[in-house]
Design a protein around this ligand. Structure first.
Ligand SMILES: [Zn+2]
Length: 322
């Protein structure tokens, strides 16, 4: 099977996590974080997460580095352009990219949300000239945020609803409940934004409640990851009944140790329960793989066929607002 040739719909790719490795290396050298003469292994160790890691610390380090290098509009534009070009090269023809303006801005005074958003849109426009594809942007709230920040950012997404198709909730599911953001998710939905929520991602005893809360408290139309649902047949039945799509991100779950190994990825159990799923790369830059790697792994280890992939891409497409 030539997985590269499969036209793909990818709904869960983080813009910042898709920052191209070669570009990241270039900026790490330009910002004098590592000397240009550093061995390749040192660059990789500094930039990438390419083996399973424990806890959040390593992630925070790597994403901290991404934040650090995203220091100008020109760089943000280039990141967005290359993220689209890379997805296109992987066969993606409908792409939803998500990003957090708060993450990119950090403590920087010279970069406002408007400038960050405009730079991303310019990067996308630049890419689609030579890579004909549909690209939608999702705005992210962080679970660990205070309500004041989350309100400000929700309002920003609503003000930009012409160019933001939906809102997401991400980050530490183990320690932060999504419920405090229920009012903001209602507000976003009534303003016309679509809703997706990272839930059932972490290996925690409350993963089923987390998925249910995403659906019932936050009104999520799709679930980011949701993979832990495989342990709860009743919930799989309910999610199948509601027709909610899970945005599965296989290797991401293995690198974060929420699933033990590629061979243990429960995609067939979830699909057999009638739950709609699609395949996504999540953070292909920082994780050092691409979407075709995911398709190949699922074909080789789990027997998925071209017809299976076509069905999943159709399900993904019918879960987009376009
Ligand atoms: Zn994600």
């Amino acid at each position: 099977m030539n997985v590269n040739a499969i036209p793909k719909v990818e709904l869960h790719r983080h813009l910042e996590g898709a920052l191209r490795y070669g570009t990241m290396k270039e900026w790490v050298v330009a910002d004098r974080l590592l000397p240009a003469s550093s061995p390749e292994a040192q660059f990789k160790d500094f930039i990438l997460i390419d083996k399973p890691v424990d806890g959040l610390k390593v992630f925070l380090e790597k994403f901290g580095l991404i934040h650090q290098v995203l220091s100008s509009e020109a760089r943000i534009q280039r990141m967005a352009c290359e993220a689209c070009q890379d997805a296109y090269a992987e066969g993606v023809r409908v792409l939803e990219l998500r990003y957090s303006p708060v993450f990119i801005q950090g403590a920087r005074k010279h970069l406002g949300f408007d400038q960050i958003h405009a730079a991303i849109l310019q990067g996308i426009q630049q890419a689609v000239k030579s890579c004909p594809m549909a690209v939608g942007l999702i705005g992210i709230l962080g679970r660990e945020w205070d309500l004041r920040t989350a309100t400000r950012v929700t309002d920003f997404f609503i003000e930009n609803k012409d160019t933001v198709i939906g809102m997401d909730l991400a980050n530490d599911e183990a320690n932060f409940d999504g419920k405090p953001f229920a009012g903001l998710f209602r507000k976003a939905r009534s303003a016309g934004l679509h809703l997706t929520v990272h839930a059932g991602e972490s290996l925690i005893p409350t993963s089923s409640q987390s998925i249910l809360s995403a659906l019932d408290d936050l009104g999520a139309e799709r679930i980011g990851h949701g993979v832990q649902i495989h342990k709860d047949p009743a919930l799989m039945e309910e999610v199948a009944r509601r027709g909610v799509l899970l945005e599965l991100c296989p290797t991401s779950n293995i690198l974060t140790k929420s699933i033990a190994a590629p061979a243990a990825y429960p995609i067939n159990r979830i699909r057999a329960a009638g739950v709609k799923v699609c395949i996504n790369a999540d953070d292909p830059g920082v994780f050092d793989y691409d979407l075709n790697h995911e398709y190949r792994m699922l074909a080789q280890l789990h027997g998925l066929t071209e017809a299976d992939f076509a069905a999943m891409n159709r399900a993904a497409f019918s879960s987009t607002p376009t």
